[in-house]
Design a protein around this ligand. Structure first.
Ligand SMILES: NC(=O)c1ccc[n+]([C@@H]2O[C@H](COP(=O)([O-])OP(=O)(O)OC[C@H]3O[C@@H](n4cnc5c(N)ncnc54)[C@H](OP(=O)(O)O)[C@@H]3O)[C@@H](O)[C@H]2O)c1
Length: 90
């Protein structure tokens, strides 16, 4: 069994990713702000990634303003890479 963390797990895409992983017998750790994990602020991210083998990023930013969207994806990707590396995830 592979342990996956799914960023954006409550979103239109992420919820299906969690369902498919679970159906296939994997352990899926769902991450979203509503679930207490913020991939931009880093809140509870290290805790969520503990023991995770693979990270799937399906988090998204709603507003169309380019600078804010760019900052969202930069920060979320940087945090997922840094914390994922510390946790030994792929
Ligand atoms: N929907 C599609 O058909 C589709 C198809 C192809 C590709 N995509 C791509 O897949 C990605 C997701 O799209 P979507 O339509 O599923 O988006 P969505 O429905 O808006 O979901 C966004 C997800 O990101 C989470 N999120 C936002 N800010 C966060 C933060 N700071 N920390 C943690 N989680 C955060 C949201 O949960 P919270 O608000 O609780 O944090 C939610 O779970 C996008 O890059 C999109 O371009 C989507």
């Amino acid at each position: 069994m592979t342990k996956f963390a799914v960023a954006g797990a409550t979103g239109r895409l992420g919820r299906h990713v969690v369902d498919v992983l679970t159906e296939r017998g994997h352990h899926a750790v769902p991450m979203s702000r509503a679930l207490g994990v913020d991939v931009v602020a880093g809140e509870r991210l290290a805790e969520a990634l503990a023991g995770v083998d693979v990270i799937i990023d399906a988090a998204s930013w709603h507003a169309s303003e380019q600078d804010a969207a760019t900052e969202f994806f930069r920060a979320s990707t940087r945090n997922l890479h840094a914390e994922g590396q510390r946790a030994g995830s792929a």
